[in-house]
Design a binder for this molecule. Structure first.
Ligand SMILES: Cc1cc2nc3c(=O)[nH]c(=O)nc-3n(C[C@H](O)[C@H](O)[C@H](O)COP(=O)(O)OP(=O)(O)OC[C@H]3O[C@@H](n4cnc5c(N)ncnc54)[C@H](O)[C@@H]3O)c2cc1C
Length: 437
């Protein structure tokens, strides 16, 4: 019997966990697990705010694919097309011509991208917060703004440099805002020219609350904490434009800012447009609770999906509800999906995915947090501690867990690192200048 090929598209939370489990459970005579991702690593996104704030080394918030997936074939490239009617994917390797890869089963897990709106100036001035590149750029950029503000004598330049706008009050936005402000406030101890009150941290949220993943009282607590830190929280407000860094809000206010971070939600990967998979009205791949792709009531044989790009019915809620885009679901769905693929390959029936969302934990900076897990509510230090222990237990591999704990310990003993490495964003500049002479 020829081994079946299982093609895993995307090695994020779903792809990495599914590939790991498949490669452990299936012998090489049964299946070849091939993983395609343009990045050489899986990004543990819940650690992006901590990596951005300098509590964790950026390298430790990602998991190297080749080190973890030793029993899989790893292809560095992007899947640009899937023709499931021919069970063939088109892959654009990071170098060279495209190639077609036939498969027996496909795991569709390219995740999501930032969901933006056609706001004037956003494309030119905004930045997302979904990748390790964005998190590290933002860290260097924010620290660089402190240097700009300290160096200038022009009050307008200083004000603009020290105004940081975050759009979207979900956990990604709130954690990014709170961690970055905490880091900048910490860094100011080395800037005698600047005071914390010179900084302006603005949150723009279109609805009347933040953190929709937790109860209203926990969202209100979070707003109170941010207000206590002198942040400017604008609920029920939308960003209307940011042309040339001039931020205009729907409440009529207008000011200039060098930093505009967009964290207002996600949408399924646009790569799905180049596939023949059925999609729902939010452009997600439609799935059964078994994680099999389904068209109406017709199961699409050999096609599986999960995570941010998939509409997976939430069996713990009334019909019509779907699992939220979260790491919590993605990782568990990946494991159920891998077990189901193994079951189907061995002639058994797949089992439904069912997990009651346990709640959320969010860090609001060092020693500050908010958590609601299995109905238990926590704030302050206990919530922050829970955030750290939970995510430390969740990041894949023993190697990463140890490195993250060492990073935290070093930052505790030696204080966190607050140096900007903005040169990383244009490393050839100096050499190009020298070689021009
Ligand atoms: C800042 C931040 C904080 C978060 N915090 C939490 C949290 O505290 N708790 C929680 O539960 N969730 C959290 N989330 C959400 C969680 O990270 C996502 O729901 C989860 O990553 C979804 O997993 P996924 O596998 O679907 O997508 P991802 O993990 O994003 O993986 C998608 C992968 O597909 C790859 N890919 C994309 N396009 C292609 C292509 N064409 N071909 C091949 N590969 C491709 C990408 O490179 C990536 O590796 C957070 C998200 C962010 C951004």
């Amino acid at each position: 019997m020829n081994p079946k090929r299982i093609l895993v598209v995307g090695a994020g939370h779903v792809g990495l966990y599914a590939a790991l489990r498949l490669s452990k459970k299936l012998s090489s005579r049964e299946a070849e697990v091939m993983v395609v991702d343009p990045q050489p690593h899986m990004t543990y996104q819940p650690f992006l705010p901590e990596a951005s704030a300098g509590n964790i080394s950026p390298r430790h918030a990602v998991v190297p694919l080749r080190r973890e997936l030793r029993r899989c074939t790893v292809v560095a490239g992007a899947v640009t097309r899937i023709d499931h009617s021919r069970k063939t994917a088109t892959v654009q390797p990071i170098v060279g011509p495209t190639r077609e890869i036939p498969y027996d089963h496909v795991v569709v897990a390219p995740g999501s991208v930032s969901r933006t709106l056609p706001i004037p100036g956003l494309h030119e001035h905004g930045i997302g917060f979904k990748t390790i590149g964005e998190a590290i750029y933002l860290r260097n950029h924010v620290l660089e703004q402190l240097d700009v503000a300290a160096a200038t004598t022009d009050p307008q330049v200083r004000r603009q440099a020290l105004t940081f706008v975050f759009v979207g009050g979900g956990y990604a936005g709130i954690e990014a805002l709170a961690e970055m402000e905490d880091m900048a406030r910490d860094a100011l101890r080395y800037y005698p020219e600047l005071k914390p009150s010179d900084m302006r941290w603005v949150l723009v949220e279109a609805t009347q609350r933040v953190l929709p993943e937790v109860d209203r009282d926990m969202g209100a607590y979070t707003v109170q904490q941010l207000l206590k830190r002198d942040m400017d929280i604008r609920l029920d407000t939308r960003l209307e434009s940011c042309v040339d860094g001039v931020v205009k809000l729907s409440d009529g206010d207008s000011f200039t800012a060098n930093t505009i971070v967009w964290t207002a939600g996600v949408k399924p990967s646009p790569m799905l447009d180049a596939t023949d998979f059925p999609r729902d009205d939010r452009r997600r791949v439609t799935c059964l609770p078994t994680l099999q792709v389904v068209d109406g009531d017709q199961v699409i044989e050999g096609a599986w999906s999960a995570g941010d790009c998939a509409a997976v019915p939430d069996l713990t809620k009334p019909p019509g509800n779907y699992c939220s885009p979260s790491a919590q679901h993605a990782v568990r769905q990946a494991q159920r999906m891998a077990d189901n693929i193994v079951a189907v390959l061995r002639g058994r029936e797949p089992v439904d995915y069912k997990h009651k969302h346990a709640g959320s934990v969010a860090s609001l900076g060092l020693h500050k947090g908010v958590a609601q897990v299995y109905g238990i509510k926590m704030t302050g230090w206990p919530a922050w501690f829970m955030h750290r222990t939970y995510h430390m237990s969740r990041i894949p591999s023993f190697n990463r867990k140890v490195r993250v704990v060492v990073d935290w310990t070093l930052a505790f003993v030696l204080k966190r690192e607050v140096v900007a490495l903005g040169q990383l964003h244009d490393p050839r500049e100096e050499f190009a200048e020298a070689s021009r002479k």
